[in-house]
Design a protein around this ligand. Structure first.
Ligand code: NAD
Length: 354
């Protein structure tokens, strides 16, 4: 297993260092894992004048999986757009063809108080949102701002999904559902949008290959409502790029703890980029207070989805659970009066639990 490690900016290097400790512990248990480091984001700009330097691209393409911290920082905010840190992220996703973005929203019993919803609504919550990441209105052409014959200016974008784009992400969704509770809800806006009507038709067709999975469809406005009304009704949610962008952020906040949420972005062969859902948190960088658990849980996802090693994935997840059960908390997930520990101590605690 070859992993490209891209710590990035802000808290990225600190949290990735804890995930690497976990990987090192797995290596000493006999797992054959190789790691190689490269720069991305602001760190790429500082090292090579480019947020996605050619050496990073080469390494990411050669590796089986990529572990990324986060990108971004105040010092890069005034750079021209092509040099901005986030361009590094967009380019690596596009360059590696990562079309399937998986974001679990899980509430650990120990952290149920962190949610803004009532405990009974979120206790035991375990949803997987699968967002198509390389198509839809975010990439459709033509787009722009034009002047109409009337002289009025108009902004416009184009929403489209081709059959192959829908099929491949639907397959990923059904395969994930097969490994979970075998329920998938496809979210669209088929009552208004032709793109969504087509999406629904193709997803329904792909479903014939997965008779064990119970498929349902929901309009996106209703899904947004159901996520805060009764979120535990969902298992896997499959949706397009723009709806997924919004719903995955909504779902992640049901858990109340952004420092706990991992993510995976996969290509057609399950090669993946794994990163926490949060950003580079420049406000707390270098203080040894960031929560490394989202990054550590991203390694668990890597084991499950790229390396098809569910046993190791579960070992990591269980180690995180045990750490929480021991009452260990970084500041972002601590209740008033709880003893807080730092980034490094949290990494050490997970390794000890592992
Ligand atoms: P952010 O996620 O970095 O931070 C939001 C808040 O959550 C901050 O108060 C931060 O301290 C806190 N936080 C985030 N991660 C945490 C952790 N692991 N432990 C404890 N607290 C944590 O979002 P932002 O402040 O909007 O953006 C900061 C920078 O990150 C910007 O430059 C932005 O562009 C970038 N960003 C990068 C990514 C990415 O790399 N995928 C995603 C979002 C934002």
């Amino acid at each position: 297993m070859k992993i490209a490690v891209l710590p990035g900016d802000g808290i990225g290097p600190e949290i990735v260092a804890q995930a690497v400790k976990v990987i090192d512990a797995l290596r000493s248990d006999g797992l054959a894992i190789e790691m190689e480091y490269a720069h991305i984001g602001g760190a790429g700009y500082d090292a090579a004048g480019d947020p996605f330097p050619a050496v990073t691209e080469k390494l990411a393409k050669e590796a089986d999986a990529v572990l990324l911290g986060a990108v971004g920082g105040y010092q890069y905010d005034n750079l021209p757009r092509p040099q901005r840190p986030e361009q590094g992220l967009l380019r690596i996703r596009k360059g590696l063809g990562l079309f399937a973005n998986l974001r679990p929203a899980m509430v650990y019993p120990e952290l149920v108080y962190a949610s803004s919803l009532k405990p009974e609504l979120v206790s035991g919550l375990d949803i997987m949102i699968l967002r198509e990441l390389t198509g839809d209105i975010y990439f459709g052409q033509p787009r722009g701002i034009r002047t109409l014959d009337s002289g009025e200016r108009q902004g416009f974008d184009t929403m489209h999904y081709s059959e192959s784009e829908i099929r491949r992400v639907a397959h990923v969704g059904f395969q994930i559902a097969m490994k979970r509770n075998k329920k998938m809800c496809s979210v669209d806006k088929a009552n208004v949008l032709d793109t969504s009507m087509f999406w629904r038709e193709i997803v329904t067709d792909v479903a014939k290959e997965y008779p064990q999975v119970e498929l349902s469809h929901m309009y996106v406005d209703n899904a947004a409502m159901q996520l805060v009304r009764a979120p535990k009704q969902f298992d896997v949610i499959l949706t397009g790029n723009i709806f997924g962008d919004i719903l995955s952020d909504e779902a992640s906040m049901l858990t109340g703890s952004i420092g706990m949420l991992p993510s995976a972005s996969l290509d057609a062969n399950n090669k993946g980029l794994y990163e926490p859902c949060h950003g580079s948190a420049p406000d707390i960088a270098g203080k040894d207070i960031a929560n490394p658990l989202a990054t550590i849980l991203s390694v668990a996802m890597m084991m499950r989805y790229t390396f098809a090693n569910d046993e190791v994935a579960q070992r990591i997840e269980t180690a995180v659970r045990k750490t929480l059960q021991q009452g260990l908390r970084t500041g972002d997930i601590a209740e008033a009066g709880m003893h807080k520990i730092g980034t490094t101590a949290m990494g050490d605690a997970v390794v000890a639990a592992l």
